[in-house]
Write a protein of this length. Structure first.
Length: 421
């Protein structure tokens, strides 16, 4: 049973203002499910990579078209709080993913925290989307989820790396190295975190997050000495029809490069003196005029690792951008579109040896229409296409990738329904 009006409380929580100061608790959620026809075709024929080339080895394997039902960030949550004084209140949120398509859930797997709100801003402790990730939602036209949203190119270097929910560096399947795609993701819901959100001032607002080094290694000489931590921050400005924002995120000792290089070059959990520093920068802009909203996303990702062997990959930098559109059609319709491109980037190898990133770029095209049936319910139809260059392996986002081989093009047609409560 709901004990507080959803709209007022949701707006308060999202903006960092009064969080259910009356002591009530709200049950809320989103059910977003679609039926999809998806395939990945045109993979680069199997063969070895050229000497000095970064990328995954081509397999030539296509993924035949299939129909599937997918739950897109569906969730069930509880949130509330109470006032402790004139300018002080406490709030909480526990949000869990709900697998509408196959059944099951995982408690507190989404944005979950306890915090305090003051006149000087709000603090929260727990697991939450980083400020870097959150900014994309300001312009993403595809509900910021599913196979059509901007996460296919933004927040990922490709290489099969997708969004992640994790509070520590992940390890490889055999538990011996840091070679895991989650470590390279900049589309993060980060655990073990402290976040501060400033109050709005003259159109400006800022958010800062720090994921602590809870998994720092012991002093044992048998263990690789790592001190993993993440800093993420954003600053936003909104005045009238214009919105501008910048975000920066830095991963220390997360070894994101290990997810991009040959397995033999991945950092071992024992016996290695390597360290890493990965950085992301994002610019976001938006203009709203009448029923038209045009948005821009521009991103640079940089991965760096020290202490590597001679000739091994030590650096990778990649730029990407996307233009988005929301266009009202009549009283209840919305046209939604996204066009994005990821560049091939630039790499370096220890010792200055030649490094080749040719064919690591990709393009994304998403187009769709939604019909609002009520304040809570939308029906939608989308088409999306993620086209890789010869050695690239970008995927559908939102953990919905097909495992597409290098060089393949993933296409998807979908019909869905989204209901919030």
């Amino acid at each position: 049973m709901r004990t507080a009006p959803r709209v007022a409380l949701a707006a308060a929580f999202a903006c960092g203002t009064a969080h259910a100061a009356d002591g009530t608790t709200q049950i809320y959620g989103t059910l977003n499910v679609d039926v999809e026809s998806v395939a990945a075709t045109g993979a680069t024929p199997a063969g070895a990579l050229p000497a000095g080339a970064l990328g995954q080895v081509p397999t030539g394997i296509d993924v035949p078209r299939r129909v599937r039902v997918t739950s897109n960030s569906s969730n069930l949550g509880f949130r509330g709080g109470e006032r402790l004084g004139p300018d002080l209140s406490v709030f909480f949120q526990v949000e869990s993913a709900v697998n509408v398509d196959g059944g099951g859930t995982n408690i507190a797997s989404r944005n979950t925290a306890v915090g305090m709100e003051t006149a000087w801003g709000s603090w929260r402790l727990g697991q939450w989307d980083t400020p870097y990730k959150t900014l994309s939602g300001a312009v993403d036209p595809m509900y910021f989820t599913g196979i059509a949203y901007s996460g296919a190119l933004i927040g990922t270097p490709g290489f099969g790396v997708g969004p992640t929910t994790i509070g520590a560096p992940a390890t490889s399947g055999d538990g011996r190295t840091f070679a895991a795609g989650a470590n390279a993701s900049f589309e993060r819901r980060q655990g073990n975190s402290i976040q501060y959100w400033s109050p709005g001032l003259a159109g400006f607002a800022a958010r800062f997050a720090y994921s602590v080094d809870e998994n720092r290694s012991s002093r044992s000489p048998a263990v690789t000495q790592v001190d993993p931590r993440i800093f993420s921050g954003s600053i936003e400005y909104e005045r009238g029809a214009v919105y501008l924002a910048y975000a920066y995120e830095e991963h220390s000792d997360y070894f994101g490069l290990d997810a991009l290089v040959p397995a033999a070059q991945a950092t071992a959990l024992t016996g290695s003196g390597a360290s890493s520093r990965d950085r992301g920068e994002k610019l976001v802009a938006r203009v709203k005029i009448g029923g038209t909203q045009v948005g821009l996303l521009a991103e640079r990702l940089r991965y760096a690792k020290d202490g590597v062997a001679a000739g091994a990959f030590s650096r990778y930098r990649r730029d990407a951008a996307a233009v988005t559109l929301l266009q009202k059609v009549g009283a209840a319709g919305t046209l939604r579109a996204l066009v994005g491109k990821a560049a091939s980037g630039h790499c370096e190898r220890s010792g200055g040896e030649a490094c080749d990133t040719a064919g690591l770029g990709a393009r994304q095209y998403s187009l769709g229409y939604s019909q609002t049936l009520s304040r809570r319910t939308d029906l939608y139809a989308f088409y999306t296409r993620v086209a890789n260059d010869a050695r690239a392996s970008y995927q559908f986002a939102n953990s919905a990738g097909l495992g597409a081989a290098p060089g393949s093009t993933s296409t998807g047609f979908l019909l869905g329904m989204r209901h919030v409560f």
